[in-house]
Design a protein around this ligand. Structure first.
Ligand code: UDX
Length: 445
């Protein structure tokens, strides 16, 4: 078997980035998706989302023939030795995850493996709750193929930890590779696959049970979300005390190597496609086991309320918000992406609109997505200056670099009333205080 022949199921953000990176290292990769429109788009060299560096790599791997896309799962499985399952696991209304796409791919793989004589390795990369790989994927494939896991085919669970906006870098410079294995042969094969991919830069590899690997992914995201909720709670406390600044608190505790400084940037809360979904899924998973996850509930609750701190600050500055003109700088859930899934900007804008404010919004890349969400409820600006013009207050919601360069004089010049709410702590208070009305998350004056 040739472990350099790979199929990747699900050409969303995780699957497509992974597939292209593998192909760029000389692996022969077939990307599979049910969406024909997406396949055409990618085959013509277009990435359906914003991810720095990925377009260039796609051009390269299409040109050298290492990557092709198809909706034909049959040829993809017969022509590869290893299949990565990277389909989405969206939230259901009760917060648990919907496994229908994982089940669909398992069905495809099982159907084809019935007729394939060679050993095949199946690797689950989708974020799934503990037990899914063993009890859903394995059972569906065994049932449909009539073959035995650990004998005719192998099975691993290999979570990904990509961040949007730096996904390519994250793949090539991973901190670690987690390999959950059904049996040692499956684990050995995946370990040598990654040694091949990384060469002399192979990161630490942790081999463990399927269930541990599944839970590590949730634990990782929940822990990072907890760090942010923790520092946001400290920020809220700071605002009640004079002479305090959460940035200094974060620096002070981050210098303790046991705490570590990363993910201690206080702000208006965490959003995106992963943290909210994964924290909620872990809560629902624990509840289904009759365990009440006290800490996880608190992590989520702090975050649910955090965006409204900006609205409360605006009210303190302006009194009633009816007919006040408010500028929102930044809409994406974080800089470097056009993704607005679970972006805190949505909660803030909707609440301001409910309160009768006239809201003007600007984001360097997320405007198309914003139009789909806010429709005619807000005014769309073409630049940060146009956004703040004539406004009574400006809220920094996403910390894009281009906003960092805005000087206090700019706000004074263009706004009707120069009031700045620094929701992401991008400005130096000593330069803003006294020049404009300046309030910031975690700044106790
Ligand atoms: C995250 C994980 O980092 C990644 O490992 C996983 O695979 C997917 O989920 P991502 O959603 O791309 O990645 O964004 P990330 O950079 O982690 O930020 C998540 C949210 O937390 C953003 O809304 C960001 O603004 C917020 N955040 C992050 C803070 O508010 N403060 C911080 O210090 C760090």
């Amino acid at each position: 078997m040739n472990m350099r022949n790979v199929s990747v199921f699900g050409l969303g953000y995780v699957g497509l980035t992974f597939a292209i990176c593998l192909a760029s290292k000389g692996f022969n990769v077939i990307g599979v998706d049910v969406d024909k429109f997406k396949i055409d788009l990618i085959s013509n060299g277009k990435i359906p989302f914003h991810e720095p560096g990925l377009n260039e790599l796609l051009d390269e791997v299409l040109r050298n023939g290492n990557f092709r896309c198809t909706d034909n799962y049959w040829t993809a499985i017969t022509e590869s030795s290893i299949s990565f399952i990277c389909v989405g696991t969206p939230s259901k209304p009760d917060g648990s995850i919907d496994l229908k796409y994982v089940k669909n791919v398992s069905t495809d793989v099982g159907t084809v493996l019935k007729y394939k004589d060679m050993y095949h390795l199946i690797v689950v990369r989708s974020t799934v709750t503990p037990g899914t790989t063993r009890n859903l994927v394995r059972k569906v494939v065994e049932h449909l193929s009539g073959k035995k896991c650990g004998f005719h085919f192998g099975l691993c669970m290999n979570p990904e930890f990509l961040r949007e906006g730096s996904a390519v870098h994250d793949i090539f410079h991973s901190d670690r590779v987690i390999i959950g294995e059904f049996d040692s042969k499956s684990g050995d094969l995946l370990e040598s696959f990654y040694s091949n991919f990384y060469g002399s830069h192979t990161p630490p590899i942790l081999r463990t049970s399927l269930e541990n690997a599944e839970l590590i992914k949730y634990a990782n995201n929940a822990f990072l979300a907890m760090k942010i909720s923790f520092i946001n709670e400290l920020a809220n406390i700071c605002e009640y005390i004079g002479n305090t600044d959460v940035k200094v608190i974060a620096k002070g505790i981050g210098l303790d190597h046991r705490v570590n400084p990363s993910f201690l940037n206080a702000g208006l809360g965490w959003g995106g496609s992963c943290f909210p979904k994964d924290v909620q899924a872990l809560i629902s998973f624990a509840k289904n086991l009759n365990y009440d996850p006290i800490l996880l509930n608190a992590v989520k609750k702090v975050n649910d309320l955090q965006p409204y701190r900006a609205v409360d600050m605006a009210k303190k500055l302006l009194g009633k918000l009816k007919n006040k003109k408010i500028a929102i700088l930044g809409l994406a859930f974080k800089p470097g992406t056009d993704d607005m899934r679970n972006a805190v900007s949505i909660k803030i804008v909707n609440r301001l609109v409910e309160e009768g404010a006239r809201v003007v919004v600007y984001d360097p890349v997320a405007m198309d997505n914003a139009r789909k969400i806010f429709g005619n409820n807000v005014v769309y600006a073409d630049s940060s200056i146009q956004c703040i013009k004539g406004c009574d207050c400006c809220i920094i919601v996403t910390e894009w670099d281009e906003f960092r360069y805005l000087k206090p004089e700019v706000f004074v010049k263009y706004m009707r009333f120069p009031a700045v709410i620094d929701g992401r702590r991008i400005f130096d208070p000593s330069k803003f205080l006294g020049r404009v009305k300046y309030v910031a998350i975690g700044l106790g004056l």
